[in-house]
Design a protein around this ligand. Structure first.
Ligand code: KG4
Ligand code: ZN
Length: 338
């Protein structure tokens, strides 16, 4: 059960740069971590002494931001004499779904994790019961070779003069356009056909923008940062709405096509979709009507994007199994899950 969930957003900090600036991200983490933890404890009507253990993200991610969390978690564990649990951020995203839908999910499952930093497909299996707690095991089936799906959203949004993050605004505007208006072609994947590639899509959007004169509308949107979706809608002609709808359609098709193949190849009994892109309404709708061979599970939108509840959820089986870490824990920017 989630007693409290507090998220400190950095959109205002990074928004004017059109993407995450690593130095600013770590500074904001440093600024936020103490008040956020205090707020979370207040919301849960508890204090540090009530905690049985403290979980922290070990990686992957920006090393400066990871270090802030790890250093703070270590200090709390040292002072309060609590065990420390290291969690992989991607495993956290998968557990956001298990946290809510746990008993309904049958294994083996396929997990599609699509966020600003990752686009991964895993086969997820139940491990052996370890002290009565099931730890899951993961096998990587495919991943992006260049941009992550969320990154493609952010880059396309930046290119077109919408603010950061791009996913939510494109998600809101795409239903107003024709998803078949602009045809995007994808290069054939050599090697692992379950790998993704989104950088070509971004380049195709750039080419479209160069071929159509969008200078004025882009400038108008840039002047209206923090505008509501309704305001952006008024500042966006139909042809650009069609472009957005077609872009989103192409991303969704790429994600679901590979998820469907993974389900077939592994005989999976559930599809778990998570990460920031999992909050996309178009993706949710398409996944439900794609005729997949197994049920699909999404987290509620608040648990799709980064949050600490998912880290605690991923830590819980480790806690039950006594998988603790010592103070030699280090940030691992490129930590793999499988
Ligand atoms: O999981 P997350 O919060 O952070 C990372 O681990 O990266 O994901 C953030 C990413 C951003 O790229 C953002 O544009 C994308 O998720 N995103 C969306 C939506 N909401 C957030 N992408 C598409 N549709 C959305 N509704
Ligand atoms: Zn994430």
């Amino acid at each position: 059960m989630v007693l409290s969930s507090v998220v400190a957003s950095q959109f205002d900090t990074h928004g004017k740069y059109g993407g995450v600036v690593p130095e600013l991200a770590s500074r904001e983490h440093l600024r936020a971590i103490v008040p956020v933890v205090r707020h979370a404890l207040e919301q849960a009507r508890s204090d540090l002494d009530d905690l049985a253990a403290i979980a922290v993200t070990e990686g992957p991610g920006l090393v400066g931001s990871l270090l802030v969390g790890i250093t703070y978690a270590k200090s709390l564990c040292f002072v309060r004499k609590r065990p420390l649990i290291a969690v992989n951020h991607i495993e956290g995203h998968i557990h956001a779904v298990i946290l809510e839908a746990g008993p309904s999910i049958e294994y083996p499952a396929i997990a599609l994790v699509a966020s600003g930093g990752h686009t991964h497909l895993f086969e997820v299996r139940e491990g052996s019961a370890d002290r009565g707690s099931y730890c899951l095991s993961y096998r990587l089936l495919g991943k992006t070779r260049d941009d992550a799906a969320g990154e493609a959203y952010d880059k396309v949004a930046k290119l077109l003069g919408f603010g950061y993050p791009g996913g939510p605004i494109i998600d809101r505007l795409a239903p107003h356009g024709d998803p078949h208006a602009v045809k995007f072609t994808f290069a054939r994947m050599k090697g692992n056909t379950l790998d993704f590639s989104f950088s070509g899509l971004k380049t195709a959007v750039l080419r479209w923008v160069q071929e159509h004169n969008l200078t004025d509308e882009i400038a108008a949107r840039r002047r209206s940062q923090n505008a509501s979706a309704q305001d952006f809608l008024a500042l966006t002609p139909q042809s650009t709405l069609d472009l957005l709808a077609s872009f989103q359609h192409a991303v969704i098709e790429e994600l679901l096509r590979r998820a469907a193949v993974s389900i077939e190849e592994t005989g999976a009994r559930a599809l778990i979709v998570s990460g920031g892109v999992a909050s996309n309404a178009g993706l949710r709708e398409a996944a439900q009507s794609a005729g997949l061979a197994c049920p699909v599970f999404f987290p509620t939108p608040a648990l799709s994007t980064d949050n600490a509840a998912m880290i605690a959820a991923a830590a819980f089986p480790k806690f039950r199994a006594g998988h603790f870490t010592d103070f030699s824990l280090r940030a691992q920017a490129n930590l793999a899950l499988a």
